[in-house]
Design a protein around this ligand. Structure first.
Ligand code: ASP
Length: 589
């Protein structure tokens, strides 16, 4: 139907006759001459219809935005002065000879030829229109380029692309499962995989040695910002390897992608133990572009009367930390109130502060509502420890360690961004030496990574000190976002059972849920490990998109629904009967 894409028609084709197809981006009537901008995935081209080609002129006059047209015409140079250097086709225009309307279009729900501040719900409802926009076309093409490069890199390194099932049994990664009722086994359910974890491990037991997959994963998580119930991982696993091998392969891959797609050198990735990341940055995914750190100050506050500080300072599970913000003394009362509200989201009950006006005057040169509770001496010792300078503001967190880390960690990032403190554009690192387990709110233990992660110790040591045991897990972090993570796995049945026991999974439940894995570990499982990257996040960071929905063709909303297809939807009673399901009456609120 066409000789060229619209966006490919350049001055090299002057005087030639071309045929192209696309959407009417814009129609203008310039006193007797009709101008159409026609768009396809390669770009826009300008077409002019003169009244002397009567039929074509009349048809061109009748088209509206987003009509689908086929046009034949002659390429000519634009008149001097009307070139557009921002467009590949900006030096030429087409003198339209024939125009054929291939399809009409209703008035678009939002204009595509200019910026329009339309709500995301409308964009998602008419996603097929939204995807016509330049930015979305760019994002998805960029994503394609990255996945193509990933496939090439991994193929060259001997990784085999092997598909794993979508209808399966639960693969725990810490979220709820999406369930699919079985018609042929009534009362039984498949779970959609939270990741291909167990299957990729079994592929190692089968001897494939190196596996990868660009895999859909499904997690029914509580509504958290910028998560998708289905998302894509670059999933990898390899046998007869140690941490350095798989981390090295993954790091090289990410560096190559940044180099080829964006000409950016990420440099060597530093390694940071989890405990250091938490104590210095309050986060296991520290944003190292921001030059501020949390500093422990409990030592000065244990013996004061003021319970808000003294309590956590004395509590082994508490923390009192200071965050020094250079230049922050300029923050207004109102701004401080807003930051106080912000840390409240993370459970902090308040946000104490000291402004440093003239440090050479001692406490006289400080301004704060809390010095009277801390005492002059202690205050000055704290100022010395954190090396306070004039113009700083110092914020304090005092609470359970987890709350202080979360609140001050998040505040550090927010202030860093608000006050334009970023020291560089890209800051990658590996976080290593994670604990095996963390405490649940009920007092039990849960796996920090997943229960198939190998500990750095023997089963006996693990049993003796589960709460302090470290794992062989690693996370790759970029600009404060976890890009991916993985671990060396347990390949020994005894160790796997020990971990299940510590997680309070009974012998019976172990057999029922993971019997196939425990069996496989007894049939010659090689040492193995791997990791997975979040593809959507990676593309989001690389394109600078504001949310992962901007780099997914058909994403779900924040409430895990698709407004375009109206999924999830009700199903006819007959279909429910077939799978043996009877709905309960809806709970009335
Ligand atoms: N399956 C893990 C995850 O989805 C990644 C890995 O351990 O390879 O987080």
């Amino acid at each position: 139907m066409r000789s060229h894409y619209c966006g490919e028609i350049t001055e090299q084709l002057v005087d030639q006759t071309v045929t192209f197809c696309g959407w009417v981006h814009r129609r203008r009537d310039h006193g007797g001459v009709i101008f159409l901008d026609v768009r396809d995935r390669e770009g826009l081209v300008q077409v002019v219809f003169d009244p002397d080609t009567v039929d074509a002129f009349n048809t061109a006059d009748s088209v509206r935005s987003e009509f689908v047209v086929q046009i034949t015409g002659r390429v000519r140079a634009r008149p001097a002065g009307s070139e557009n250097d921002n467009m590949t086709t900006g030096k030429i225009e087409i003198l339209g000879k024939e125009i054929n309307i291939l399809n009409k279009a209703n008035t678009p729900p939002f204009p595509l030829d200019e910026y329009s501040p339309v709500g995301e719900d409308v964009r998602l409802k008419y996603r097929y229109m939204d995807l016509r926009r330049d930015e979305m076309q760019h994002n998805l093409r960029f994503r394609h380029k990255v996945t193509t490069q990933i496939r090439n890199i991994l193929d060259q390194q001997g990784f085999l692309d092997i598909e794993t099932p979508i209808l399966t049994r639960a693969t725990p990664e810490g979220a709820r499962d999406y369930l699919v009722p079985s018609r042929t086994h009534q009362g039984s359910f498949f779970a959609l995989p939270q990741s291909p974890q167990l299957f990729k491990q079994l592929l190692m037991v089968s001897g494939f040695d190196r596996y990868y997959q660009i895999a859909k994963c499904f997690r029914d998580e509580d509504l958290r910002a910028d998560r998708q119930p289905e998302f894509t991982q670059i999933d990898m696993e390899a046998s007869f390897i140690e941490e350095k091998d798989i981390m090295g392969a993954a790091e090289t891959m990410i560096k190559d992608i940044f180099k080829q797609q964006m000409d950016i050198d990420l440099g060597e990735f530093p390694h940071m133990p989890y405990s250091e990341a938490m104590s210095r940055f309050g986060s296991d995914k520290p944003d190292l572009r921001i030059p501020m750190e949390l500093v422990d100050v409990a030592e000065f506050l244990q013996d004061i009367e003021f319970k808000v500080f003294a309590g956590p300072a004395k509590d082994p599970k508490g923390r009192v930390a200071a965050l020094k913000v250079p230049g922050g003394a300029e923050l207004s009362r109102k701004q401080i109130d807003e930051y106080t509200k912000y840390v409240g989201i993370y459970g902090a009950k308040g946000l104490a502060w000291i402004k440093v006006n003239e440090i050479e005057k001692g406490v006289e040169g400080l301004q704060s509502p809390i010095i009277k509770f801390i005492g002059d001496d202690n205050t000055m010792k704290i100022m010395e420890k954190i090396d306070a300078k004039n113009g700083d503001i110092v914020f304090f967190g005092a609470d359970k360690e987890t709350i202080v880390n979360e609140a001050l960690g998040a505040l550090r990032v927010k202030l860093g961004l608000d006050l334009n403190m970023l020291t560089r554009e890209w800051a990658p690192l590996w976080v290593v030496d994670f604990p095996m387990f963390e405490e649940t709110s009920e007092g039990g233990l849960t796996a920090i990574h997943h229960p198939f992660t190998a500990p750095s110790c023997s089963p006996e040591e693990l049993k003796a000190n589960p709460a302090t045991a470290l794992s062989r897990a690693y996370d790759m972090v970029l600009n404060g976002t976890e890009l991916g993570g993985g671990s060396i796995r347990i390949h020994d049945q005894e160790m796997q059972k020990t971990v299940f026991e510590i997680l309070n999974i009974s012998e019976e439940e172990q057999r029922e849920k993971f019997g196939f894995l425990l069996d496989a570990l007894q049939f010659g499982a090689p040492p193995h490990g791997g990791l997975a990257f979040g593809l959507d996040r990676l593309i989001m960071l690389m394109t600078g998109a504001e949310s992962i929905r901007e780099v997914i063709a058909f994403p779900k909303t924040q409430s895990a629904a698709c407004v375009m297809t109206a999924a999830p939807g009700e199903v006819p009673a007959k279909n429910l009967r077939e799978v043996g399901i009877q709905l309960r009456a809806k709970e009335t609120k």
